[in-house]
Design a protein around this ligand. Structure first.
Ligand code: A3P
Length: 293
């Protein structure tokens, strides 16, 4: 069904329970046919939840902390975004194994082969308040395609009313939370990753059946620090500008990297509204987020 486009050029459509941009709608057939292998490695998330951060960590854990391999090509090439046109599903099919795949699709919209072959999936979730703020700056960064230049209070309304790409955030997170105990799923939060990066890296290594030396863990910690990822051209998405999809005068893809930036953007009305949305949607859930770093 046609969805009222909120962004002038990036049209959004309602598909099943989710809101998807046109470029995803157009590749849904290919995505559904995508044949994952048991040894593929997935990172799945709602946008702006720390995807890029955990992708680089997962990549290094599975490459003996070899940062030279990471330096050689853009993260988006080493770890392509399934729904995106370039490199797209066809390119992923040709990749060397183990293949690294990023997706923002919710659990219920992942290709059937994922549920059959059960490749390892790391799902990262982040508190909705910080996601909303981060998403706002992201949509502005993508000005050349979104033409979005409104104030935060306007974006906030889109977010709480599930009118942004891959919304609703709550259902996205809940679907994975409900499946977190499957052997092939590792559910983590941005807030936990921030609070205990080293411990999370070790738990992840264990999930992948790898054991890292202290030195390797430290290498990953350093390489994946906020400061390094912000200036590293293979992770900071500077290539977006080359392709005309972002305007870095408006900000950075790796922006602030903290828990609680929402408090600098929310007024009392927004906070109450977000709190009631969360309370209502998570009434029957034991998932809880932290909102302060
Ligand atoms: P902020 O906008 O709050 O800074 P995604 O990769 O899913 O789009 O998520 C982007 C968010 O993750 C941004 O949040 C970005 O700054 C943050 N991020 C990226 N790399 C990070 C790192 N190494 N440490 C902490 N946060 C990071």
């Amino acid at each position: 069904s046609m969805y009222v486009p909120e962004f002038k050029k990036l049209e959004l459509y309602k598909y099943k329970d989710f809101v998807l941009p046109e470029f995803v709608i157009n590749t849904l057939d290919d995505i559904e046919k995508f044949d994952t292998c048991a040894d593929d490695i997935w990172v799945v998330s709602f946008p702006r939840s720390g995807t890029t951060w955990i992708q680089e960590i997962v990549y290094l854990i599975n490459n003996n902390a070899n940062t030279h391999a990471a330096d050689c090509s853009f993260l988006d090439n080493r770890f392509p975004y399934l729904e995106f046109m370039t490199p797209g599903v066809k390119e992923i099919e040709k990749m060397q194994k183990p293949r690294f795949i990023k997706s923002h699709l919710p659990y219920s919209l992942l290709p059937t082969s994922v549920h059959e072959k059960k490749p390892k999936i790391v799902y990262i979730a982040r508190n909705a308040k910080d996601v909303a703020v981060s998403y706002y700056y992201f949509v502005r960064l993508l000005y050349p395609v979104t033409r979005y230049d409104a104030e935060f209070k306007d974006f906030f309304e889109l977010f709480v009313n599930d009118k942004v790409m891959y919304a609703p955030w709550s259902k996205h997170v809940q679907e994975f939370w409900e499946n977190r105990n499957e052997d092939n799923i590792f559910f983590l939060t941005y807030e936990d990753l921030k609070r205990d990066t080293a411990g999370t890296i070790d738990r992840l290594a264990n999930f992948f059946g790898k054991s890292l030396t202290k030195e390797q863990t430290n290498t990953i910690m350093r390489y994946c620090s906020f400061e390094n990822m912000k200036i590293n051209p293979t992770t900071n998405h500077s290539w977006f500008e080359t392709y005309g999809v972002a305007d870095f005068k408006k900000g950075d893809f790796i922006r602030k990297g903290c828990v609680g930036d929402w408090a600098n953007h929310f007024d009392e009305h927004m906070n109450n509204k977000m709190n009631s949305m969360i309370a209502y949607r998570f009434m029957n859930s034991d998932l809880e987020f932290s909102y302060r770093g």
